[in-house]
Write a protein that binds this ligand. Structure first.
Ligand code: ADP
Ligand code: MG
Length: 553
């Protein structure tokens, strides 16, 4: 039987597998989403890099001043503008930070630029380079800036001199940019302009432009902020125009680095790395990861609970099935027993009747004193015959289906009658038989004879338990819809080990017992919609409780 239950281990494993599948499919979905999102980020980085390349191209073509036409002259002026703009900015910054009386060389970040601060006497320092009237108007404050291009000399390259009058006065800042360093500086400035265009894009973490030697030309973020070194151009050579995409971190921020070489007129002129923040993507993925795990765990728990439920239901069904099998087996046994009993009982009944009648006539004759047998012996025989008759009747009532002849009864009458029979059975020296009945009639619908038999069976057990002493009490206590009939004795009680078997057929502890009394009583009462049960029992006595539904109205 046990192997009919589906092994719970398999079911639990199944729940586990389902949960794992959900987990796996969730992970797969997350990976796919990530791939898609990364390609979106990559696209946006690519378009940034394209834009940067275009601007770098424009800048480089500006730097390319090789001819002598008017277009090239205009370009050259534009480049000087870029340089002068830058120096103006630098001077304004220094005006704020440098003490007004400072004098001597000042360090600036750009190696191509040298700067000297002049305390007051401009003529002394600038006399060589500028005409006197320029120096005077600078000193008087009439003019704040003076620019001069010095041609190359045999011992030194040409250079550009730019003098700013200090704002609070009276000193000057003198910038010198050698012709040899100018292109590199201007190129860097142009690249910084390029980078500045993109700096304010909110998702842009960093944009770096390096030249063909890997030197940083411009960068949107200070390296200290970005914490990522500039790209190596060498790592891009040989990859053509292909980009390198890398998911990394810039400090705390998850980032996508898109690095690509920059081309101008067919050659690699450097590289650009665009770094965009993928924080939003990471957040999204983290959320969906959490949900996937949560849902799979939930599924597992629910699956587990479901399996438990299924197993529990199966076990219950199985138990019911076992009970039913047991019941059927018992009934089969009983009906076999009943058939046999009915056969035997019929066979016994007829001779028994003859014996009974014979005894009666013998008793009559004995009464006339002919002495064929002592009256005691006859009485004993009569009792034994009556006992056999009762046994036969009990056998028959087990085997036959209970056909009830239901009528309206007053239960008080039935109990009274049973008490009378018990008194007779017990004899003069037997236990006292008392009844405790309510004043008004107790109405039930039932079969008088069958109910009498059921109560008699309980009563006889009580008598037998008393073993000639004590008393038997039959009490009716009507309740709302039911009536309770208690049959109590002062016998030795039912020990716990006997209690489970009490109502089973053939359970008896008596030498001549049949073990059918309680079984029959229960059968009868259950057929009436009632029940019989063991009530209180102790060494001082036992109460059997019989309940019946009362008649409506
Ligand atoms: P029988 O009387 O033939 O033994 P029953 O079905 O009437 O069969 O009773 C079964 C058993 O239950 C008895 O043998 C006895 O052990 C126990 N029993 C029934 N009623 C009482 C009682 N009032 N006091 C003690 N034991 C009882
Ligand atoms: Mg009995």
């Amino acid at each position: 039987m046990a192997d009919r239950v589906v092994r719970p281990v398999y079911l639990y494993a199944l729940a586990g597998v389902v949960a794992a599948l959900v987990l796996a499919s969730g992970a797969l979905q997350i990976t796919r989403t990530k791939r898609e999102l990364v390609s979106i980020y990559e696209g946006s980085a690519r378009s940034l890099a394209d834009g940067a390349e275009q601007l770098v191209g424009q800048a480089l073509s500006m730097l390319d001043v090789s001819g002598h036409g008017p277009a090239d002259a205009a370009k050259a002026f534009a480049l000087d503008d870029v340089l002068l703009d830058y120096l103006f900015g630098l001077a304004a910054d220094l005006d704020r930070t440098l003490p007004s009386h400072a004098s001597g060389d000042v360090r600036v970040a750009d190696p191509e630029v040298s700067l000297r601060a002049v305390g007051g006497d401009a003529a002394k320092t600038l006399g060589d380079a500028f005409p006197m009237h320029v120096i005077r108007s600078l000193e008087s404050g009439e003019q704040t800036v003076a620019i001069r291009r010095l041609p190359p000399a045999p011992d030194r390259p040409g250079r550009l001199l730019v003098v700013f009058r200090r704002h609070p006065g009276p000193g000057f800042l003198v910038f010198t940019v050698a012709d040899t360093g100018r292109p590199a500086l201007v190129k860097r400035l142009l690249m910084q302009d390029v980078v500045r265009v993109f700096r304010d894009r909110h998702d842009l973490l960093d944009l770096i432009v390096v030249d063909e030697d890997g030197r940083v030309l411009a960068r949107a973020q200070e390296e200290s902020v970005s914490k990522v070194p500039p790209p190596q151009v060498s790592s891009l050579t040989g990859k053509g125009h292909q980009a390198v995409v890398l998911l990394t971190r810039h400090g705390e921020t998850p980032a996508l680095d898109f690095t690509r070489d920059l081309r101008f007129r067919g050659t690699t002129v450097g590289a650009a790395r665009v770094s965009v923040s993928v924080l939003a993507m990471e957040k999204l993925l983290a959320t969906s990861r959490r949900w996937t795990i949560l849902l799979s765990a939930l599924l597992f728990v629910v699956g587990f609970a479901l399996v438990r439920l299924i197993v529990w239901r199966q076990e219950r069904t199985l138990m019911r099935m076992r009970e039913m099998e047991e019941e059927i087996r018992r009934r089969e046994e009983l009906s076999a027993l009943g058939e046999m009993a009915a056969g035997v009982a019929h066979e016994i009944r007829n001779p028994l009747n003859a014996i009974s009648m014979g005894l009666q006539s013998l008793a009559l004759e004995g009464g006339e004193g002919k002495g064929q047998g002592s009256p005691e012996l006859l009485e004993t025989m009569r009792r034994e015959v009556a006992r056999i008759n009762r046994i036969v009747n009990e056998f028959l009532s087990v085997s036959r289906p209970l056909g009830l002849h239901v009528e309206a009864l007053n239960l008080n009458d039935v109990v009274d009658h049973v008490a009378g029979v018990l008194r007779q059975t017990g004899g003069d020296h037997g236990p006292a038989v008392r009844v405790d009945l309510p004043g008004s009639p107790v109405r039930v619908n039932g079969d008088r004879d069958k109910l009498t038999q059921a109560l008699l069976n309980l009563g006889i057990n009580a008598l037998e338990a008393c073993a000639g002493r004590g008393e038997v009490t039959m009490r009716i206590s009507p309740q709302k819809k039911r009536v309770r009939i208690e049959v109590s004795d002062t016998g030795p009680g039912v020990p716990p080990e006997h209690q489970p078997g009490l109502f089973r057929p053939h359970f008896t502890t008596k030498e001549k017992g049949l073990g059918l009394g309680l079984f029959i009583a229960q059968r009868i009462v259950q057929t009436h919609g009632g029940s019989v049960a063991l009530g209180e029992t102790s060494q001082r006595g036992t109460t059997m409780v019989l309940t019946l539904p009362v008649a409506d109205g």
